[in-house]
Design a protein around this ligand. Sequence first.
Ligand code: FES
Length: 476
Amino acid sequence: MRLTLRPLPGKSLADQLQQAGVEFPCGGEGICGGCRVRVVEGEIPVTESMRMQLSEKELRDGWRLACSAMASAPVTVEVEQWSVRVLADDAMVPVEPRRGWGAAVDLGTTTVAAQLVNLETGEVEGIETALNAQARFGADVMSRIQYELREPGELGVVIRGQIGAMLARLAGGRPLEEVLLAGNTAMHHLFCGLDVAPLAAVPFLSPHAGAQRLEAGSVPWRADTLFLPCLGGFVGSDLLAGLVATQLDKNQDSHVLFDIGTNGEIVCASRSSVRCASTAAGPAFEGGRIRQGMRAGEGAIDHVGIEGGRLAPHAIGGGEPRGVCGSGLVDAVARALDLGIILASGRLTQGEIALADAVSLTQSDVRQLQLAKGAMAAGLKMMAGEARRLCLAGAFGNYLHLLGARRIGLLPEDVEVEPVGNAALRGARLLLLSPSSREERVGGILSVTEHVELAADARFQDIFAESMALEPYRLR
Ligand code: FES
């Protein structure tokens, strides 16, 4: 998408780009390179941080960092972060009929999905999806928490305003009876205006993680509003709602609900117990801190095969690749291992891995992936030894290619894996449509849930270090 900017005297272009939705993954510190835009008309002078983050060729091709962009005359830039895939869900769920309309919202760190639901029939009458408008203040939960500590309340205003606008478009003037939201612990706190300081320091446990009812005056809509309670630590109500949707806690055997993102959330559930944990992965699976990483939008390499002994990438939209998203990164490294271009230790046997004319992976990119996948695999090894089945929740799990994920040792080889789509949104809708049994269902899950602090376990560092190797593993 192209954007023409008219600079104000002495002001950087960052504000305008931010308002237009460009994300600043490192909060504008000039150290991640994730806010790149390409100048197609006009001039943005090269700064020191641009020289540090972009190659000579990228600078020649017009790439600049949005966070340090200045101009003295109008300039047109192309932004690569937009048009990302967002998962919605319209599976049928049981209904306890009542009059009117309601809304279910899945508030993710990266994306937001909202549904208008007919409370009488259970039908989904409209869906809105968008990038989380807070993303311009930082890509992952930790950078948002740090921003909130510096500028208390601002992120809450942004997200309540964004969801308010989405609901107003969905409802089209019809009154809403009830709005139910699910999201991770940081999103829960930011939306509800709760103190995030406990989430910024060990042991990362907040006393405000319970269900939050919001008064009509504190949200920009008139309806009873409930943010579902977090499961524990950084495991939020998105996983609680996912459990409601998948009913994994009703099985005799243990099954795992696993959400892979900047934070990996793991819930092991059976009829007798629910154990949950989280593990910080960093933004690599969303293309962050990867030199040519990008979100899963148009032009992102999302799949890599081998043809004639060479890597053969596929880009979303079928055109020329412009960068690589998380699923493409996993696949590319898996195939490069097959070709001997990368060793199991992660070391490249040649300078860079060329994926397409304009896209390649560096040694540092592979190291970022190893850190991210090491954290995920370590979490699974410590939590999911008994698991019969692994249900992948969320967008990344839905688009991930199982073969590549097993090849690099992100997912285990010996457990059945099943993507379950946007289980958080489905669970929130299910609870919206079952008002009389909601409290009992949610309370029942919370009463048997135990939160496990992985980093406090003496074995974690060793298992994490061992899990960084790019090789398949088994849980049993
Ligand atoms: S380099 Fe601009 S936001 Fe990180």
